[in-house]
Ligand binder design. Structure first.
Ligand code: GRG
Length: 295
């Protein structure tokens, strides 16, 4: 029987040390923004996206250092999205990961600049993968990573989310928001892992739909926890969706149906994963744990 918590800890520790290696030192004239970058990244998030990337890479037989810059970069992108999302012009949240959000700690201007810097540095970091592996896989992973995190991915979802706050929208629009805002980053993580490991076209496509389901389930669960959890457990304010008039699955369908949808999506992801000709028991357990997570 696998000790899941211990296995998870060893992976999140590895992510932390990779981030420590790739993040620039806080020194020189731009020290303040470098400190704000480190403050937002090195603050104990779940590290879900780099761990999913690594485990998908391992699933398809990957075992090289080329995955590391991509792992660091996806967490930088995730962190910048949180830093910017917390800004006064967006959600205006003062707490994140159990402490002051970056703009609350460093001021609004530094919050904006730290987010910008992390976004740009993520691509500087990914580009260093070419010094490890010059194969077309690295170029393809780079391109997918850029697309899924950009205007046709995560940023696109955030734009529609912001524009539709407080408005009644059709379910397809809500789906678009969640698919882009959250699932696209999970797709970037898992598909990058598959591509770099040399998975076949069919396997890359299958990985994309597993990641889509995991991402949507993750977002719906996030919306459920925003209603049912406490700020002590989450380390960020609860009730933020209602405060910001967000269109969430919970608002449209209620808690019970939302829980059922999380289970349905996760089950579908697990059965698609099980139908691949490879096995990674830890990845299976990780996806299962997302259904029952409390933060
Ligand atoms: C481009 C500004 C901008 C934002 C992009 C991702 C995003 C859109 C906004 C962040 C806020 C939000 C509710 C995102 C949805 C995805 C989500 C549930 C993020 C929280 O991720 P966790 O739970 O966070 O993995 P930790 O702190 O564990 O890393």
């Amino acid at each position: 029987m696998m000790d899941f918590e211990n296995e998870l800890k060893s992976r999140t520790d590895r992510v932390d040390s990779i981030l420590e290696k790739y993040l620039p030192e806080a020194e020189g004239p731009q020290k303040t923004v470098l400190e704000a970058m480190r403050y937002s990244v090195m603050s104990g998030g779940k590290r879900l996206r780099p761990v999913l990337m690594l485990e998908t890479y391992t699933l398809f037989g990957g075992h090289d250092r080329v995955i590391e810059p991509f792992m660091a970069a996806i967490e930088m992108i995730h962190s910048y999205s949180l830093v910017h999302d917390d800004l006064p012009a967006l959600d205006n949240d003062e707490y994140r990961r159990g402490r002051k959000s970056t703009h609350a700690a460093f001021g609004e201007a530094m919050g904006i600049l730290a987010g910008d810097a992390l976004l740009n540095y993520a691509f500087e970091t990914v580009s260093s993968a070419f010094t490890i592996d010059q194969s077309p896989r690295t170029a393809r992973a780079f391109s997918l990573f850029a697309k899924k995190t950009g205007i046709f991915g995560m940023i696109g979802g955030q734009v529609v989310d912001v524009e539709t706050e407080g408005k009644t929208i059709p379910p397809e629009t809500m789906c678009f928001i969640h698919e882009k805002k959250t699932a696209a980053l999970i797709e970037a993580a898992m598909m990058t892992g598959a591509i770099l490991a040399g998975a076949s076209e069919m396997e890359i496509t299958a990985t994309g739909s597993i990641a889509h389901d995991v991402g949507l389930a993750f977002q719906i669960k996030d919306d459920i926890l925003d209603v049912t959890s406490t700020s002590e457990v989450l380390g960020k304010p609860v009730g933020s969706d209602e405060k910001n008039n967000k269109n969430t699955y919970v608002k449209y369908y209620g808690l019970e149906k939302s829980e059922a949808e999380v289970e349905l999506l996760s089950e579908r992801a697990l059965s698609d994963l099980a139908s691949l000709p490879y096995d990674n028991p830890f990845l299976t357990e990780l996806i299962k744990s997302l259904i029952t997570r409390v933060k």
